[in-house]
Design a protein around this ligand. Structure first.
Ligand code: ATP
Length: 576
């Protein structure tokens, strides 16, 4: 992986292994919600721990080689609803939606183009049409819809009366075959070259320039704003006054605590505040396994800095965050940083880079993390809405003192009386700019699972090639770090193996297995992604050495029992 795979099959593998289960499965499940099984919970915890260790406790030096100051927070999921008014989430949560006039399903307008080419009815319809050469190899979905196409009306009519009935009952072509084909013919007469997206739009709506419903082939409404936040009520009585929301992102908890953190830690710019935690979005189309869920976990940093230095810090975080993924075993080829075009940027953003990953369910890379330069938008929004502007303005004492020789007074208040120009004041007193690297713990867990999955052949006990599934997790992320086996259950081997297991257990997640042939035990650990299997054999009893088998190379090294812990520790040390 990640070559293209059948996500349903992959989800079954993840379930069978205890990585991820559908939430409430025995009651038919619930769309967009997932549970992590015994291996999955360890994997996701290792991801969050690695992030916390490498970004919060031990971030690498900044652009000028200086130490980075970073602290953590753990904010409540439900906050005062005024937070969401100030942040802009309550006024629509920004995503325009389209509804199908036929089947009433809702779609996020910016996703229709990506979903449509994969819809079953489109794939079926393409078999009776001819499409020309592609133009935009960087976007397979768009590429398909923009290609010129040709068809025979008789084939379309036949399709409408057979496959179309079942796959696309909402399509105008299916509901009203003759009139729709006539409309298509009329439009075609005036435009010799018609693109597939336009033809599909006409066949779906019976008119020009409509988008088609990926579900039933019907026509979609114009994009409208919908609120994607999950509502709840605080207190036992449900009323408008106690309506509240489950947070759709962890970032706002950081912004509203910005002053508290400054006051309680006496941190100085530049510094970062980090938080991991659950976020909830009423996503319209949860899809691609856990990729788009309604409940998920984020790992977010808000990095506050002087506006003059913000571009430097933006570039620093953008590069560091990409590097971080590759230190955890994600191949650089599968990681694509994509700088958003001007037209995509949020109105307040000076720049945003999406770090995208080539998930095996898609032809195009998909967002793993967004690194956004948010300017002073968030702090200013809360300064205004809370009426506490003074709490959000930052006085840069170090810069002020550094320039002392250039002034006659060291009192900022006195100096202000001399009416200095705005850019001079802004050097010392300003609203900090914010760089936000915002990652998804579940999305990265899915990427790690996809990246790790591989199938190969290894010799069995008799030397015959045997197929194996092996999860090639980076040792830091592997749910189980080492498995300990007695080669046979006699001659004191189990006791020695148990003693080793007990000595390693306080330090790493290790697994003891004395059941079945040793080859079978190796296979089970390969599927779980355990990097090391340690076997206690006859030689251990005479010289206190064991074999350590490497999951990926299958190489077995003989090491002293007393060196086992250090060997595992070495593989687990961070590389950022
Ligand atoms: P997308 O465009 O994929 O919906 P977004 O741009 O809305 O994502 P952000 O608001 O920037 O996402 O959230 C930051 C990160 O949180 C994303 O990069 C992703 O890793 C994660 N994330 C966002 N929405 C979801 C979701 N529905 N399910 C799982 N993870 C999510």
């Amino acid at each position: 992986m990640p070559t293209k795979i059948d996500m349903a099959k992959f989800a079954k593998f993840c379930k069978d292994m205890g990585f991820i289960y559908q939430s409430s499965e025995i009651y038919g499940g619930i769309n967009g919600f997932w549970d992590y099984g015994p291996l999955g919970v360890e994997l996701k915890k290792n991801i969050k721990d690695a992030w916390w260790q490498d970004m919060v406790r031990n971030p690498p030096p900044g652009p000028d080689g200086q130490e980075i100051r970073m602290v953590g927070l753990d904010c409540s999921i439900i906050m005062n609803p005024k937070v969401w008014v100030a942040s802009g989430h309550a006024a629509g949560f920004a995503d325009p939606m389209q509804t199908c006039r036929q089947c009433k399903k809702l779609f996020r307008a910016d996703q229709v183009r990506d979903i449509l080419p994969e819809a079953e009815w489109v794939l079926s319809l393409l078999k009776v049409m001819t499409v020309g050469e592609g133009l935009y190899p960087q976007s397979p979905a768009l590429n398909l819809l923009l290609r010129n196409c040709s068809w025979k009306n008789s084939d379309l009519a036949k399709w409408a009366n057979s496959k179309g009935q079942k796959l696309a009952p909402g399509m105008a072509l299916v509901r009203n075959t003759e009139t729709t084909l006539q409309t298509l013919e009329d439009i075609h007469r005036q435009n010799a070259d018609l693109q597939l997206g336009v033809v599909i739009g006409i066949l779906s709506s019976g008119q020009i320039a409509m988008t088609a419903c990926p579900n039933c082939g019907g026509d979609l409404t114009e994009p409208k704003q919908f609120n994607l936040m999950n509502e709840t009520h605080t207190g036992p009585v449900q009323s408008e006054e106690n309506k509240a929301y489950l947070r759709p992102e962890t970032a706002q908890g950081i912004f509203v605590n910005y002053r508290n953190v400054l006051d309680s830690t006496r941190l100085k710019l530049p510094f970062g505040i980090a938080q991991t935690g659950k976020a909830f979005r009423n996503e319209i189309n949860p899809r691609n396994f856990t990729f788009r869920s309604r409940e998920f976990e984020q790992m977010e940093i808000e990095f506050f800095c002087h506006p003059d230095e913000s571009m430097k810090w933006y570039e620093y975080w953008r590069d560091l965050r990409k590097l971080w993924y590759s230190t955890l075993g994600v191949k650089s080829d599968n990681l694509v940083p994509r700088e958003q075009g001007k037209e995509e940027l949020a109105h307040y953003s000076i720049g945003t880079t999406d770090i995208e990953y080539m998930f095996p369910f898609s032809d195009e890379p998909q967002e793993l993390e967004g690194v956004a330069h948010r300017g002073s938008f968030d702090l200013e929004a809360h300064a205004k809405a809370s009426g506490m502007a003074e709490k959000f303005a930052y006085f840069d004492e170090d810069r002020w003192n550094a320039d002392a020789a250039t002034r006659t007074t060291n009192s900022f208040k006195e100096w202000m009386k001399s009416n200095p120009p705005a850019e001079q004041i802004g050097k010392y007193q300003f609203t900090p700019h914010v760089i936000e690297p915002s990652a998804g713990a579940d999305r990265f867990t899915l990427a790690v699972l996809c990246e790790a999955y591989s199938e190969d052949e290894v010799p069995d006990a008799s030397g015959k090639a045997e197929k194996r599934v092996v999860m090639k997790f980076h040792p830091r992320l592997a749910p189980i770090k080492a498995a300990i086996f007695p080669l046979v259950n006699k001659d004191g081997m189990p006791e020695k193996a148990m003693a080793l297991y007990r000595s390693l257990k306080p330090h790493f997640n290790v697994f003891f297995d004395d059941k079945g042939a040793v080859g079978r035990r190796y296979r089970r650990q390969d599927e779980a992604g355990t990097p090391f299997c340690i076997t206690i054999d006859g030689q251990t009893l005479t010289d206190d050495t064991v074999t350590i088998r490497d999951r990926d190379t299958l190489k077995q090294d003989r090491v002293k029992l007393s060196d086992v812990r250090a060997a595992i520790e070495k593989a687990l040390s961070p590389q950022v």
